[in-house]
Design a protein around this ligand. Sequence first.
Ligand code: PSV
Ligand code: MN
Length: 414
Amino acid sequence: MSDHRAAYELLAERLASQDLDVEAIKAALKRQHIETPSWGYANSGTRFKAFAWPGAATTTQQKLDDAAMVHRMTGIAPSVAIHIPWDKPENEDYAAMRQYAEAQGIRLGAVNPNVFQDDEYRLGSLGNPDPAIQERALDHILECCQIMEAVGSRDLSLWFADGTNYAGQDSLRGRKRRFEQGLEAVYRHLPEGSRMLIEYKFFEPAFYSTDIPDWGTAYAWSLKLGPQAQVLVDLGHHAQGVNIEQIVAFLLDEGKLGGFHFNNRKYADDDLIVGSVNPYELFLIYNELVGAEQSGDEPASATASQVAYMIDQCHNIEGKMIPMIYSVLNCQEAYAKALLVPRERLAQAQAAGEVLEAHRILTDAYRTDVGPLLAQVREEMGVPVDPIAAYRASGYEEKIRAERGTATPSGGFQ
Ligand code: PSV
Ligand code: MN
């Protein structure tokens, strides 16, 4: 008998006594899907200094190899988001890139246009006062719509660095109108059946105004644009006190939550492992998703089932592969705990106004040690029971260090 089996059986018994369907919980965990970012495998990250990491990927093929390895270790990371032009393949052969990913056992996920790195974008992209630059940005995003078709991607993931640094620098209403026009043009070119996910960020790199500063702006535009437009919630892009799970609940209930960029708001951006500072918050976010999906309320339930769960992290001081595996596992643990919430009992306590009983029911699920359950799920999926230990023992890190060496990082002050 495996080490975890006795503990798993005890836990399964306890869950069954709470009327939880353990087989259904395991089935849900086996269907979980976390997308990793191609840029998280490279020497990217932070605005101050990106430290070189031996073995970090420099080519898209290497990034795909790394994503495939994360999937082999966890079984729940079968796709990888790409960033264009960082991942533009040789001769723009997207079919070959797609084939390569599939040969490694993964597929290409969200396509992320980049309208922030070129000098032309100093004053913004779609919000730029110069119509020629607006058009340049639009052309690039439309090119990404074509790439979505070539790689079989469902999601166009839109983030803009646009904004202003000084009061009076530009017309705030003018920028809003330019943005609306640009987004409408993008919407018209979306491939059939695909979605555009609009990401917001409350500050940085522009510090006086940001053109999509909050979920309300992204939501208003996604409403105006139509059903193929939804909001992307990047956990890092919120002020410290913001209740993200409430935003999630609102967007789910309106059918407008499209996806996540998982990371940690302590950095105000993409660098820290999701759930590393506040795993309770990650659980509370998953609790809203599971609650909505299981409620059968529409559009919340169907919306929850279509959410794109994506990691957006570029680790800077802790290596590349292990933090990515860690991040996937933190999402798995939060999801497992959210699946343990006895929804009916919780609803009863809430309806009866039993404040602390409702709170206790929720926190009991959070405090449950799901280690044995996850070990059992992994064993049944045929992936390592301890993915990080398996990765360390696999020799992959030594192999990529030897083959790739240490590349010069991009990013930071150079
Ligand atoms: C910007 O901070 C962001 O969160 C966006 O999602 C970008 O696409 C990603 O990071 C990588 O730069
Ligand atoms: Mn992001």
